[in-house]
Write a protein that binds this ligand. Structure first.
Ligand code: TEU
Ligand code: CA
Length: 545
Protein backbone atom coordinates (compact mmCIF):
# COMPACT_ATOMS: atom_id res chain seq x y z
CA UNK A 1 0.00 0.00 0.00
CA UNK A 2 1.34 3.38 -0.99
CA UNK A 3 1.57 5.87 1.89
CA UNK A 4 -0.74 8.88 1.58
CA UNK A 5 -0.92 12.19 3.39
CA UNK A 6 -4.46 11.44 4.51
CA UNK A 7 -3.34 8.29 6.34
CA UNK A 8 -1.66 10.59 8.84
CA UNK A 9 -4.35 13.25 9.00
CA UNK A 10 -7.14 14.10 11.39
CA UNK A 11 -10.30 15.57 9.89
CA UNK A 12 -12.64 18.03 11.63
CA UNK A 13 -16.24 18.26 10.45
CA UNK A 14 -17.95 21.64 10.46
CA UNK A 15 -21.70 22.02 10.21
CA UNK A 16 -21.64 25.65 9.03
CA UNK A 17 -25.09 26.65 10.18
CA UNK A 18 -24.18 25.85 13.79
CA UNK A 19 -20.49 26.68 14.01
CA UNK A 20 -20.00 30.43 14.36
CA UNK A 21 -22.10 33.43 13.33
CA UNK A 22 -20.03 36.46 12.32
CA UNK A 23 -22.80 38.96 11.50
CA UNK A 24 -25.48 38.47 14.14
CA UNK A 25 -28.23 37.02 11.96
CA UNK A 26 -28.31 33.89 14.11
CA UNK A 27 -26.88 31.63 11.39
CA UNK A 28 -23.33 30.36 11.30
CA UNK A 29 -21.38 31.43 8.21
CA UNK A 30 -18.15 31.20 6.21
CA UNK A 31 -16.59 34.29 7.78
CA UNK A 32 -17.41 32.75 11.15
CA UNK A 33 -15.38 29.67 10.21
CA UNK A 34 -12.44 31.75 8.97
CA UNK A 35 -12.49 33.61 12.30
CA UNK A 36 -12.00 30.31 14.13
CA UNK A 37 -9.15 28.87 12.05
CA UNK A 38 -6.62 29.65 14.76
CA UNK A 39 -8.71 27.68 17.22
CA UNK A 40 -8.68 24.68 14.86
CA UNK A 41 -4.94 25.10 14.36
CA UNK A 42 -4.50 25.00 18.12
CA UNK A 43 -6.47 21.75 18.22
CA UNK A 44 -4.09 20.48 15.56
CA UNK A 45 -6.39 19.11 12.87
CA UNK A 46 -5.19 18.80 9.26
CA UNK A 47 -8.40 18.86 7.25
CA UNK A 48 -11.83 20.49 7.51
CA UNK A 49 -14.83 18.69 6.04
CA UNK A 50 -17.39 21.38 5.36
CA UNK A 51 -20.99 20.21 5.34
CA UNK A 52 -22.80 21.82 2.37
CA UNK A 53 -22.40 25.57 1.93
CA UNK A 54 -23.90 25.81 -1.57
CA UNK A 55 -27.03 27.68 -2.53
CA UNK A 56 -30.01 25.86 -1.11
CA UNK A 57 -33.59 26.36 0.06
CA UNK A 58 -32.32 24.66 3.25
CA UNK A 59 -35.14 22.13 3.57
CA UNK A 60 -32.41 19.76 4.77
CA UNK A 61 -29.83 22.36 5.82
CA UNK A 62 -27.96 22.42 2.56
CA UNK A 63 -28.27 18.76 1.59
CA UNK A 64 -30.75 20.08 -0.98
CA UNK A 65 -28.61 22.07 -3.41
CA UNK A 66 -30.08 24.51 -5.90
CA UNK A 67 -26.76 25.80 -7.30
CA UNK A 68 -23.48 23.93 -6.97
CA UNK A 69 -21.50 26.92 -8.21
CA UNK A 70 -22.57 29.51 -5.67
CA UNK A 71 -22.72 29.86 -1.91
CA UNK A 72 -25.86 30.04 0.20
CA UNK A 73 -26.27 33.79 0.80
CA UNK A 74 -26.86 33.20 4.52
CA UNK A 75 -23.37 31.64 4.64
CA UNK A 76 -21.67 34.33 2.55
CA UNK A 77 -20.41 34.73 -1.00
CA UNK A 78 -17.78 33.11 -3.21
CA UNK A 79 -15.18 35.61 -1.99
CA UNK A 80 -15.74 34.40 1.59
CA UNK A 81 -15.30 30.83 0.39
CA UNK A 82 -12.08 31.62 -1.48
CA UNK A 83 -10.77 33.47 1.53
CA UNK A 84 -11.57 30.51 3.78
CA UNK A 85 -9.66 28.16 1.44
CA UNK A 86 -6.63 30.45 1.28
CA UNK A 87 -6.49 31.36 4.98
CA UNK A 88 -6.85 27.69 5.86
CA UNK A 89 -4.01 26.94 3.45
CA UNK A 90 -1.83 29.54 5.21
CA UNK A 91 -2.25 27.40 8.31
CA UNK A 92 -1.68 24.12 6.49
CA UNK A 93 -5.31 23.15 6.82
CA UNK A 94 -6.99 21.54 3.82
CA UNK A 95 -10.68 21.87 2.99
CA UNK A 96 -12.87 19.10 1.66
CA UNK A 97 -16.38 19.83 0.43
CA UNK A 98 -19.57 17.87 0.80
CA UNK A 99 -20.61 16.44 -2.56
CA UNK A 100 -24.36 15.89 -2.62
CA UNK A 101 -25.14 14.40 -6.01
CA UNK A 102 -27.61 11.60 -5.40
CA UNK A 103 -30.21 14.36 -5.56
CA UNK A 104 -30.55 18.10 -6.02
CA UNK A 105 -33.05 20.55 -4.60
CA UNK A 106 -36.37 20.81 -6.41
CA UNK A 107 -35.37 24.47 -6.89
CA UNK A 108 -32.31 23.56 -8.96
CA UNK A 109 -32.58 24.91 -12.50
CA UNK A 110 -32.35 21.37 -13.90
CA UNK A 111 -35.39 20.25 -11.95
CA UNK A 112 -37.41 23.38 -12.62
CA UNK A 113 -36.83 22.83 -16.34
CA UNK A 114 -37.39 19.07 -16.13
CA UNK A 115 -40.80 19.63 -14.55
CA UNK A 116 -42.05 21.83 -17.37
CA UNK A 117 -42.67 19.13 -19.96
CA UNK A 118 -41.85 15.61 -20.98
CA UNK A 119 -39.81 17.05 -23.86
CA UNK A 120 -37.64 19.26 -21.72
CA UNK A 121 -33.92 18.73 -22.43
CA UNK A 122 -33.56 18.29 -18.66
CA UNK A 123 -36.38 15.76 -18.28
CA UNK A 124 -33.98 12.80 -18.15
CA UNK A 125 -31.82 14.43 -15.52
CA UNK A 126 -34.32 13.01 -13.02
CA UNK A 127 -36.26 9.79 -12.61
CA UNK A 128 -39.84 9.99 -13.92
CA UNK A 129 -42.38 7.18 -14.11
CA UNK A 130 -46.09 6.91 -14.80
CA UNK A 131 -48.36 5.74 -11.99
CA UNK A 132 -50.43 2.57 -11.94
CA UNK A 133 -53.81 2.34 -13.69
CA UNK A 134 -55.47 3.44 -10.43
CA UNK A 135 -53.11 6.41 -10.15
CA UNK A 136 -50.98 4.80 -7.45
CA UNK A 137 -47.21 5.39 -7.29
CA UNK A 138 -44.95 3.27 -9.56
CA UNK A 139 -43.85 1.11 -6.61
CA UNK A 140 -43.80 1.05 -2.81
CA UNK A 141 -40.29 2.43 -2.24
CA UNK A 142 -40.12 4.63 0.86
CA UNK A 143 -38.38 7.94 1.47
CA UNK A 144 -35.82 8.06 4.30
CA UNK A 145 -37.79 10.93 5.81
CA UNK A 146 -41.15 9.12 5.80
CA UNK A 147 -43.84 8.41 3.23
CA UNK A 148 -43.50 7.29 -0.38
CA UNK A 149 -40.35 7.84 -2.42
CA UNK A 150 -42.56 9.01 -5.32
CA UNK A 151 -44.15 12.43 -5.73
CA UNK A 152 -46.87 13.09 -8.25
CA UNK A 153 -46.39 16.08 -10.51
CA UNK A 154 -49.56 17.61 -11.94
CA UNK A 155 -48.05 19.34 -14.95
CA UNK A 156 -46.86 16.23 -16.73
CA UNK A 157 -48.96 13.71 -14.82
CA UNK A 158 -46.01 11.57 -13.81
CA UNK A 159 -44.21 10.71 -10.60
CA UNK A 160 -40.59 11.55 -9.82
CA UNK A 161 -38.36 9.60 -7.42
CA UNK A 162 -36.95 11.03 -4.19
CA UNK A 163 -35.22 8.73 -1.69
CA UNK A 164 -35.14 11.67 0.75
CA UNK A 165 -37.57 14.62 1.00
CA UNK A 166 -39.86 15.42 -1.91
CA UNK A 167 -37.83 18.62 -2.24
CA UNK A 168 -34.77 16.42 -2.96
CA UNK A 169 -35.49 14.76 -6.34
CA UNK A 170 -33.02 11.98 -7.24
CA UNK A 171 -30.76 12.59 -10.20
CA UNK A 172 -30.82 10.05 -13.01
CA UNK A 173 -27.25 8.76 -13.00
CA UNK A 174 -27.97 6.52 -15.97
CA UNK A 175 -28.00 9.68 -18.07
CA UNK A 176 -24.41 10.36 -19.26
CA UNK A 177 -25.20 14.07 -19.45
CA UNK A 178 -25.87 14.14 -15.71
CA UNK A 179 -22.57 12.43 -14.99
CA UNK A 180 -20.78 14.85 -17.27
CA UNK A 181 -22.30 17.91 -15.56
CA UNK A 182 -21.34 16.57 -12.14
CA UNK A 183 -17.77 15.92 -13.30
CA UNK A 184 -17.45 19.44 -14.65
CA UNK A 185 -18.73 20.87 -11.39
CA UNK A 186 -16.29 18.76 -9.37
CA UNK A 187 -13.35 19.91 -11.50
CA UNK A 188 -14.46 23.51 -11.08
CA UNK A 189 -14.21 23.08 -7.30
CA UNK A 190 -10.92 21.19 -7.44
CA UNK A 191 -9.48 24.04 -9.47
CA UNK A 192 -10.48 26.40 -6.69
CA UNK A 193 -8.00 24.59 -4.46
CA UNK A 194 -10.13 22.27 -2.37
CA UNK A 195 -8.53 19.02 -1.24
CA UNK A 196 -11.27 16.51 -1.78
CA UNK A 197 -14.86 15.50 -1.21
CA UNK A 198 -17.07 13.78 1.31
CA UNK A 199 -19.66 12.06 -0.86
CA UNK A 200 -23.19 12.08 0.46
CA UNK A 201 -25.04 8.71 0.21
CA UNK A 202 -22.77 7.77 -2.67
CA UNK A 203 -23.79 4.11 -2.43
CA UNK A 204 -27.20 5.07 -3.87
CA UNK A 205 -26.11 6.46 -7.24
CA UNK A 206 -25.98 3.07 -8.99
CA UNK A 207 -29.65 2.39 -8.21
CA UNK A 208 -32.15 0.53 -10.39
CA UNK A 209 -35.35 2.01 -9.14
CA UNK A 210 -37.78 -0.23 -11.04
CA UNK A 211 -36.26 -3.31 -9.44
CA UNK A 212 -36.26 -1.46 -6.11
CA UNK A 213 -32.49 -1.76 -5.86
CA UNK A 214 -31.21 1.38 -4.17
CA UNK A 215 -27.90 0.72 -2.37
CA UNK A 216 -24.99 -0.97 -4.15
CA UNK A 217 -26.76 -0.94 -7.49
CA UNK A 218 -25.21 -2.63 -10.52
CA UNK A 219 -23.74 0.58 -11.96
CA UNK A 220 -22.27 2.00 -8.77
CA UNK A 221 -18.60 1.22 -9.21
CA UNK A 222 -18.62 1.99 -12.89
CA UNK A 223 -19.82 5.52 -12.02
CA UNK A 224 -17.29 6.00 -9.24
CA UNK A 225 -14.39 4.82 -11.40
CA UNK A 226 -15.51 7.09 -14.17
CA UNK A 227 -15.73 9.99 -11.72
CA UNK A 228 -12.24 9.27 -10.41
CA UNK A 229 -10.87 9.28 -13.94
CA UNK A 230 -12.69 12.42 -15.00
CA UNK A 231 -12.04 14.46 -11.86
CA UNK A 232 -10.13 13.91 -8.62
CA UNK A 233 -7.93 11.08 -9.90
CA UNK A 234 -5.68 13.76 -11.36
CA UNK A 235 -5.24 15.45 -7.95
CA UNK A 236 -3.68 14.34 -4.67
CA UNK A 237 -6.87 14.58 -2.63
CA UNK A 238 -8.95 12.83 0.03
CA UNK A 239 -12.27 11.29 -0.97
CA UNK A 240 -14.58 9.66 1.53
CA UNK A 241 -17.88 8.05 0.64
CA UNK A 242 -20.86 7.89 2.96
CA UNK A 243 -21.95 4.26 2.59
CA UNK A 244 -24.46 2.99 5.15
CA UNK A 245 -24.62 -0.35 3.34
CA UNK A 246 -20.91 -1.21 3.34
CA UNK A 247 -19.41 -4.45 4.62
CA UNK A 248 -15.62 -4.87 4.74
CA UNK A 249 -15.76 -6.69 1.37
CA UNK A 250 -17.67 -3.79 -0.14
CA UNK A 251 -15.32 -1.30 1.51
CA UNK A 252 -12.42 -2.86 -0.36
CA UNK A 253 -14.15 -2.35 -3.67
CA UNK A 254 -14.19 1.37 -2.94
CA UNK A 255 -10.89 1.91 -1.19
CA UNK A 256 -8.43 -0.63 -2.56
CA UNK A 257 -5.74 1.59 -4.07
CA UNK A 258 -5.44 -0.67 -7.11
CA UNK A 259 -9.02 0.03 -8.08
CA UNK A 260 -8.72 3.82 -8.35
CA UNK A 261 -12.01 4.72 -6.71
CA UNK A 262 -12.08 6.46 -3.30
CA UNK A 263 -9.61 7.02 -0.46
CA UNK A 264 -11.94 5.55 2.16
CA UNK A 265 -15.57 5.20 3.17
CA UNK A 266 -17.67 5.80 6.27
CA UNK A 267 -19.16 2.49 7.36
CA UNK A 268 -21.91 2.53 10.02
CA UNK A 269 -21.97 -0.97 11.48
CA UNK A 270 -20.62 0.24 14.84
CA UNK A 271 -23.36 2.90 14.86
CA UNK A 272 -26.27 0.64 13.87
CA UNK A 273 -25.19 -2.17 16.21
CA UNK A 274 -28.06 -1.41 18.62
CA UNK A 275 -30.68 -0.34 16.05
CA UNK A 276 -34.03 -2.06 15.99
CA UNK A 277 -35.08 -3.90 12.79
CA UNK A 278 -38.46 -2.21 12.62
CA UNK A 279 -37.89 1.29 13.97
CA UNK A 280 -34.23 1.56 13.00
CA UNK A 281 -32.41 4.12 15.12
CA UNK A 282 -35.42 5.53 16.95
CA UNK A 283 -36.12 2.74 19.44
CA UNK A 284 -32.74 1.06 19.87
CA UNK A 285 -32.06 -2.13 21.82
CA UNK A 286 -29.62 -2.20 24.74
CA UNK A 287 -26.04 -2.09 23.58
CA UNK A 288 -24.47 -5.52 23.10
CA UNK A 289 -20.94 -4.52 24.05
CA UNK A 290 -19.30 -7.75 22.90
CA UNK A 291 -20.98 -7.30 19.54
CA UNK A 292 -19.70 -3.72 19.29
CA UNK A 293 -16.17 -5.01 19.88
CA UNK A 294 -16.63 -7.73 17.29
CA UNK A 295 -17.85 -5.23 14.72
CA UNK A 296 -14.97 -2.81 15.22
CA UNK A 297 -12.48 -5.67 15.35
CA UNK A 298 -13.82 -6.95 12.06
CA UNK A 299 -13.37 -3.57 10.39
CA UNK A 300 -9.90 -3.15 11.87
CA UNK A 301 -8.64 -6.51 10.67
CA UNK A 302 -10.51 -7.27 7.43
CA UNK A 303 -9.32 -4.44 5.21
CA UNK A 304 -5.63 -5.30 5.49
CA UNK A 305 -3.70 -3.60 2.71
CA UNK A 306 -6.73 -3.55 0.46
CA UNK A 307 -8.53 -0.61 2.00
CA UNK A 308 -8.48 2.16 4.57
CA UNK A 309 -10.84 2.97 7.44
CA UNK A 310 -12.50 6.24 8.36
CA UNK A 311 -12.90 6.40 12.16
CA UNK A 312 -15.77 8.30 13.75
CA UNK A 313 -18.29 8.30 16.57
CA UNK A 314 -20.14 11.48 15.62
CA UNK A 315 -21.42 13.47 12.69
CA UNK A 316 -24.26 15.88 11.97
CA UNK A 317 -26.78 13.01 11.71
CA UNK A 318 -25.94 11.23 14.96
CA UNK A 319 -26.54 11.82 18.66
CA UNK A 320 -23.54 13.04 20.67
CA UNK A 321 -21.35 10.06 21.55
CA UNK A 322 -20.70 11.14 25.14
CA UNK A 323 -24.47 11.03 25.69
CA UNK A 324 -24.97 7.85 23.69
CA UNK A 325 -22.05 5.72 24.90
CA UNK A 326 -20.48 7.71 27.73
CA UNK A 327 -21.86 9.16 30.93
CA UNK A 328 -22.88 12.79 31.03
CA UNK A 329 -23.89 12.75 34.69
CA UNK A 330 -20.80 12.02 36.75
CA UNK A 331 -18.13 11.07 34.25
CA UNK A 332 -18.56 13.31 31.24
CA UNK A 333 -14.89 14.24 31.04
CA UNK A 334 -13.54 10.76 31.74
CA UNK A 335 -15.90 9.01 29.36
CA UNK A 336 -15.40 11.55 26.56
CA UNK A 337 -11.62 11.08 26.80
CA UNK A 338 -11.95 7.30 26.91
CA UNK A 339 -14.11 7.27 23.77
CA UNK A 340 -11.64 9.57 22.03
CA UNK A 341 -8.63 7.42 22.91
CA UNK A 342 -10.38 4.22 21.91
CA UNK A 343 -11.15 5.65 18.48
CA UNK A 344 -7.98 7.61 17.74
CA UNK A 345 -5.64 4.69 18.42
CA UNK A 346 -7.38 2.47 15.90
CA UNK A 347 -6.11 2.11 12.35
CA UNK A 348 -7.64 4.64 9.98
CA UNK A 349 -8.24 8.35 9.57
CA UNK A 350 -10.06 9.88 12.57
CA UNK A 351 -12.88 12.39 12.14
CA UNK A 352 -13.88 14.81 14.90
CA UNK A 353 -17.30 16.45 14.75
CA UNK A 354 -17.52 20.06 15.97
CA UNK A 355 -18.02 20.23 19.72
CA UNK A 356 -16.89 16.65 20.28
CA UNK A 357 -13.50 18.04 21.36
CA UNK A 358 -15.14 19.79 24.33
CA UNK A 359 -17.56 16.98 25.14
CA UNK A 360 -20.78 18.63 23.96
CA UNK A 361 -23.86 16.59 24.84
CA UNK A 362 -27.34 15.82 23.52
CA UNK A 363 -30.07 18.39 24.10
CA UNK A 364 -33.58 17.92 25.45
CA UNK A 365 -36.14 20.41 24.13
CA UNK A 366 -39.56 19.93 25.73
CA UNK A 367 -41.43 21.43 22.77
CA UNK A 368 -41.41 19.77 19.40
CA UNK A 369 -41.48 23.29 17.93
CA UNK A 370 -37.96 23.96 19.18
CA UNK A 371 -36.66 21.31 16.80
CA UNK A 372 -35.83 22.09 13.19
CA UNK A 373 -34.78 18.85 11.48
CA UNK A 374 -36.91 17.59 8.60
CA UNK A 375 -36.21 14.00 9.66
CA UNK A 376 -37.52 14.65 13.19
CA UNK A 377 -40.79 16.01 11.83
CA UNK A 378 -41.18 13.13 9.36
CA UNK A 379 -40.62 10.65 12.17
CA UNK A 380 -43.08 12.48 14.42
CA UNK A 381 -45.86 12.43 11.83
CA UNK A 382 -45.30 8.79 11.01
CA UNK A 383 -45.30 7.60 14.62
CA UNK A 384 -48.37 9.63 15.60
CA UNK A 385 -50.16 7.87 12.72
CA UNK A 386 -48.92 4.51 14.01
CA UNK A 387 -50.44 5.33 17.41
CA UNK A 388 -47.33 6.01 19.49
CA UNK A 389 -47.75 8.33 22.47
CA UNK A 390 -46.38 11.85 22.31
CA UNK A 391 -44.15 11.02 25.27
CA UNK A 392 -42.62 7.98 23.63
CA UNK A 393 -41.92 9.96 20.46
CA UNK A 394 -40.29 12.86 22.32
CA UNK A 395 -38.05 10.43 24.22
CA UNK A 396 -36.90 8.92 20.94
CA UNK A 397 -36.12 12.39 19.59
CA UNK A 398 -34.16 13.31 22.73
CA UNK A 399 -32.08 10.20 22.44
CA UNK A 400 -31.55 9.93 18.72
CA UNK A 401 -32.72 13.02 16.83
CA UNK A 402 -30.24 14.68 14.50
CA UNK A 403 -30.65 18.10 16.13
CA UNK A 404 -28.64 16.75 19.07
CA UNK A 405 -25.61 17.37 16.91
CA UNK A 406 -26.84 20.65 15.46
CA UNK A 407 -27.26 22.96 18.44
CA UNK A 408 -24.84 25.90 18.25
CA UNK A 409 -21.18 25.35 19.00
CA UNK A 410 -20.51 26.41 22.59
CA UNK A 411 -17.70 28.96 22.51
CA UNK A 412 -18.03 30.72 25.83
CA UNK A 413 -20.32 31.36 28.76
CA UNK A 414 -21.53 34.58 27.18
CA UNK A 415 -24.97 35.12 25.66
CA UNK A 416 -25.92 32.31 23.23
CA UNK A 417 -22.69 30.55 24.15
CA UNK A 418 -20.80 33.15 22.11
CA UNK A 419 -22.23 31.62 18.92
CA UNK A 420 -24.20 34.69 17.84
CA UNK A 421 -24.93 38.25 18.90
CA UNK A 422 -28.44 37.82 17.53
CA UNK A 423 -30.99 35.14 18.07
CA UNK A 424 -29.79 31.63 17.07
CA UNK A 425 -31.72 29.64 14.44
CA UNK A 426 -31.92 26.77 16.94
CA UNK A 427 -31.66 27.05 20.70
CA UNK A 428 -28.33 26.72 22.42
CA UNK A 429 -27.90 23.74 24.75
CA UNK A 430 -28.60 25.15 28.25
CA UNK A 431 -25.43 23.51 29.58
CA UNK A 432 -23.18 26.00 27.73
CA UNK A 433 -22.04 27.77 30.90
CA UNK A 434 -20.49 24.52 32.03
CA UNK A 435 -19.35 23.20 28.66
CA UNK A 436 -17.64 25.68 26.34
CA UNK A 437 -14.42 26.30 24.44
CA UNK A 438 -13.20 29.21 26.58
CA UNK A 439 -13.41 27.09 29.69
CA UNK A 440 -11.76 24.12 28.01
CA UNK A 441 -8.83 26.23 26.85
CA UNK A 442 -8.19 27.43 30.40
CA UNK A 443 -8.12 23.96 31.89
CA UNK A 444 -5.08 21.87 31.03
CA UNK A 445 -6.92 18.68 31.97
CA UNK A 446 -9.83 19.40 29.62
CA UNK A 447 -11.19 17.14 26.90
CA UNK A 448 -9.84 19.66 24.37
CA UNK A 449 -6.23 19.10 25.42
CA UNK A 450 -6.79 15.37 25.39
CA UNK A 451 -7.79 15.56 21.72
CA UNK A 452 -4.88 17.87 21.05
CA UNK A 453 -2.53 15.30 22.52
CA UNK A 454 -4.08 12.45 20.54
CA UNK A 455 -3.52 14.39 17.34
CA UNK A 456 0.09 15.19 18.27
CA UNK A 457 0.86 11.57 19.14
CA UNK A 458 -0.46 10.42 15.77
CA UNK A 459 1.99 12.75 14.09
CA UNK A 460 4.90 11.52 16.21
CA UNK A 461 4.30 7.76 16.17
CA UNK A 462 4.05 5.76 13.00
CA UNK A 463 2.67 2.80 14.89
CA UNK A 464 -0.59 4.74 15.43
CA UNK A 465 -0.97 5.19 11.70
CA UNK A 466 0.26 1.89 10.30
CA UNK A 467 0.55 -0.61 13.17
CA UNK A 468 -1.40 -3.85 12.86
CA UNK A 469 -4.44 -4.19 15.12
CA UNK A 470 -5.07 -7.00 17.56
CA UNK A 471 -8.07 -7.13 19.91
CA UNK A 472 -7.37 -8.56 23.37
CA UNK A 473 -9.66 -9.45 26.29
CA UNK A 474 -12.29 -10.26 23.63
CA UNK A 475 -14.67 -11.88 26.09
CA UNK A 476 -14.50 -9.12 28.70
CA UNK A 477 -17.97 -7.57 29.20
CA UNK A 478 -16.39 -4.28 30.34
CA UNK A 479 -13.00 -3.75 28.77
CA UNK A 480 -12.18 -2.68 25.21
CA UNK A 481 -8.47 -3.34 24.81
CA UNK A 482 -6.17 -3.89 21.87
CA UNK A 483 -2.60 -3.69 20.70
CA UNK A 484 -1.06 -2.00 17.68
CA UNK A 485 2.27 -3.29 16.44
CA UNK A 486 4.81 -1.92 13.99
CA UNK A 487 8.35 -3.30 14.00
CA UNK A 488 9.66 -3.17 17.55
CA UNK A 489 6.97 -0.74 18.73
CA UNK A 490 3.84 -1.98 20.37
CA UNK A 491 0.99 0.08 21.78
CA UNK A 492 -1.26 -1.36 24.42
CA UNK A 493 -4.61 0.45 24.56
CA UNK A 494 -6.82 -0.33 27.56
CA UNK A 495 -10.30 1.14 28.06
CA UNK A 496 -12.93 0.53 30.69
CA UNK A 497 -16.07 1.18 28.64
CA UNK A 498 -18.33 1.42 31.70
CA UNK A 499 -18.70 2.94 35.13
CA UNK A 500 -18.08 -0.23 37.20
CA UNK A 501 -14.53 -0.85 38.32
CA UNK A 502 -12.98 -3.87 36.69
CA UNK A 503 -9.70 -5.75 36.88
CA UNK A 504 -7.40 -5.84 33.91
CA UNK A 505 -4.86 -8.66 33.71
CA UNK A 506 -2.26 -8.47 30.96
CA UNK A 507 -2.58 -11.50 28.67
CA UNK A 508 0.48 -13.74 29.06
CA UNK A 509 1.47 -13.57 25.42
CA UNK A 510 2.16 -9.83 25.65
CA UNK A 511 5.75 -9.42 26.82
CA UNK A 512 7.86 -6.31 27.08
CA UNK A 513 11.21 -4.96 28.24
CA UNK A 514 10.25 -1.36 28.75
CA UNK A 515 6.88 0.20 29.30
CA UNK A 516 5.77 3.82 29.24
CA UNK A 517 2.26 5.25 29.65
CA UNK A 518 1.72 7.83 26.90
CA UNK A 519 -1.83 9.07 27.48
CA UNK A 520 -4.53 8.47 30.07
CA UNK A 521 -7.66 10.06 31.47
CA UNK A 522 -6.77 9.91 35.18
CA UNK A 523 -3.81 11.98 36.30
CA UNK A 524 -2.22 9.17 38.33
CA UNK A 525 -2.32 6.33 35.81
CA UNK A 526 -0.62 3.09 36.78
CA UNK A 527 2.95 2.67 35.56
CA UNK A 528 2.65 -1.00 34.77
CA UNK A 529 -0.19 -2.64 32.87
CA UNK A 530 0.37 -6.17 34.26
CA UNK A 531 -2.45 -6.06 36.75
CA UNK A 532 -4.64 -3.13 37.58
CA UNK A 533 -8.08 -2.12 38.70
CA UNK A 534 -9.60 0.19 36.14
CA UNK A 535 -11.63 3.06 37.54
CA UNK A 536 -14.88 4.34 35.89
CA UNK A 537 -14.19 4.84 32.17
CA UNK A 538 -10.47 4.65 32.80
CA UNK A 539 -8.38 4.64 29.67
CA UNK A 540 -4.64 4.30 29.37
CA UNK A 541 -2.21 3.66 26.56
CA UNK A 542 1.28 2.19 27.01
CA UNK A 543 4.18 2.05 24.66
CA UNK A 544 5.85 -1.33 25.06
CA UNK A 545 9.21 -2.13 23.59
O1 TEU B 1 -27.49 11.06 5.22
C1 TEU B 1 -27.89 9.82 4.72
C2 TEU B 1 -28.94 9.13 5.44
O2 TEU B 1 -29.26 8.02 5.06
C3 TEU B 1 -29.61 9.76 6.61
O3 TEU B 1 -30.95 9.95 6.35
C4 TEU B 1 -29.42 8.90 7.78
O4 TEU B 1 -30.03 7.65 7.59
C5 TEU B 1 -30.02 9.49 9.01
O5 TEU B 1 -29.71 10.83 9.08
C6 TEU B 1 -29.49 8.76 10.22
O6 TEU B 1 -29.78 9.46 11.34
C7 TEU B 1 -27.00 12.01 4.33
C8 TEU B 1 -26.67 13.27 5.09
O7 TEU B 1 -25.60 13.02 5.96
C9 TEU B 1 -27.90 13.79 5.76
O8 TEU B 1 -27.65 14.90 6.56
C10 TEU B 1 -28.90 14.13 4.67
O9 TEU B 1 -30.12 14.51 5.24
C11 TEU B 1 -29.13 12.98 3.71
O10 TEU B 1 -27.93 12.32 3.32
C12 TEU B 1 -29.76 13.48 2.44
O11 TEU B 1 -28.85 14.24 1.71
CA1 CA C 1 -24.45 34.77 9.98
Amino acid sequence: MEKKWWHQSVVYQIYPKSFNDSNGDGIGDLQGITDKLDYLKELGIDVIWLSPVYQSPMKDNGYDISDYHDMAPEFGCMKNMEELISKAKDRNIKIIMDLVVNHTSDKHLWFKEAKKSKDSPYRDYYIWRSGGADGSPPNDLKSAFGGSAWEYDETTEQYYAHLFAKEQPDLNWENPKVRDEIHKMMNWWLDKGISGFRMDVIDLIGKEIDRKITTNGPHLHKYIKEMNEATFGKYDVLTVGETWSATPEIAKTYSNQDRQELSMIFQFEHITVDWDEVHSKWLPKDLDFIKLKKVLNKWQTKLGNEGWNALFWNNHDLPRVVSKRGNVQEYRVESAKMLATLLHFMKGTPYIYQGEEIGMTNVKFENLGDYDDIEIYGFYREKIKEGFTQKKIMEAIWENGRDNARTPMQWSEEKNAGFTEGSPWIKVNPNYKEINVAKALQDESSIFYHYQKLIKLRRQMEVIVYGSFNLICEESPNIFAYTRTLGKDRLLVINNFFEQRVNFILPKEIKYDTCKPIISNYSDASYLPDYMTLRPYESVVYLLT
